[in-house]
Design a protein. Structure first.
Length: 284
């Protein structure tokens, strides 16, 4: 009934992290200590203390902590419905930073100074509310999250871009391939074509791709197709077999199998689920 969860100052080692995954809930991840990398959507980012990662719902991601310096991080998960209350300012959205992250494909902000202190204090206070559960703690958590997002949203777009672009890592050819898959998941894309376009051998492409994304090419493309299918199921009244075809699946049966494997629901169940109906899908 209260679509919110916080995992406060958890120690994350490589064996603790999930492989590439996606979920409907929105996520904030703040790095307190340690180092490592974070693959989000189609980009590999460096992780270090003071970094804040903004992960919209249905975004492929996985974390890879350093072997010698495990990550200490706080992760916040919430359904957009938690924040979709009316605003006194019609032009303001609590989810602005998520909308911008999805549109610009930039998911990391390096915090410093006042914003770093505000973020750490807000996360500490949210965790205290969860533990103590005093009168009105749910409302207190909602207000604390809204207040934190307000400060994040107020970051200038140029400042965000300058800070975040410099933190992307990985060879340019793999970044170009990831961008192409992200923009055209419905195309018939294969390892041989991607390797040829990158001017590297298929084994080398496959090895680097899996090292950076923790997935093979086929699984990654299917995940991207399912993300697009989820958007189409909610934004249109197209029949499910039409959605399957437009997302690049050869048959409706193949589409159903992959969709169920990644979401736990059939396409029909997802289209009619109450939680999916509340999920915003801004168009970039």
């Amino acid at each position: 009934m209260f679509p919110f969860e916080i995992v406060y100052k958890a120690v994350k080692r490589q064996r603790d992290e999930l492989p590439d995954h996606l979920h409907d809930r929105y996520e904030l991840v703040y790095i307190h200590q340690g180092s490592g990398s974070f693959f989000i959507n189609n980009t590999l980012y460096e992780k270090k203390p003071g970094d804040l990662f903004i992960i919209p719902g249905n975004t492929i991601h996985h974390a890879l902590p350093d072997r010698d310096e495990p990550i200490v991080s706080t992760a916040v998960y919430f359904a957009p419905a938690l924040l979709t209350t009316s605003s006194l300012d019609d032009s303001y959205s609590h989810l602005l930073c998520y909308e911008l992250a999805r549109k610009r494909k930039i998911f990391k902000i390096e915090l410093s100074g006042d914003l770093k202190n505000i973020t750490e204090t807000a996360l500490e206070n949210i965790n205290e509310e969860i533990i103590c559960q005093r009168l009105g703690y749910r409302e207190a958590i909602r207000l604390l999250v809204c207040h934190l997002l307000l400060h994040i949203n107020r970051l200038s777009l140029q400042e965000w871009k300058e800070i975040s672009d410099s933190s992307k890592i990985g060879p340019q050819w793999i970044r170009d391939a990831l961008r192409y898959i992200d923009e055209h998941p419905e195309h018939r894309i294969g390892l041989a074509q991607l390797a040829d376009d990158a001017n590297v051998s298929p084994p080398h492409f496959s090895r680097v791709f899996k090292q950076l994304t923790a997935m093979n090419v086929t699984d990654y493309i299917n995940a991207k197709r399912i993300i697009r299918a989820k958007e189409m199921l909610l934004q249109s009244e197209d029949k499910i077999n039409v959605v399957a075809e437009r997302c690049g699946f050869d048959t409706p049966a193949h589409f159903h199998r992959i969709f169920k494997a990644l979401t736990g629901l059939t396409p029909k169940e997802y289209r009619t689920s109450p939680e999916a109906k509340k999920e915003p899908y801004p168009i970039p």
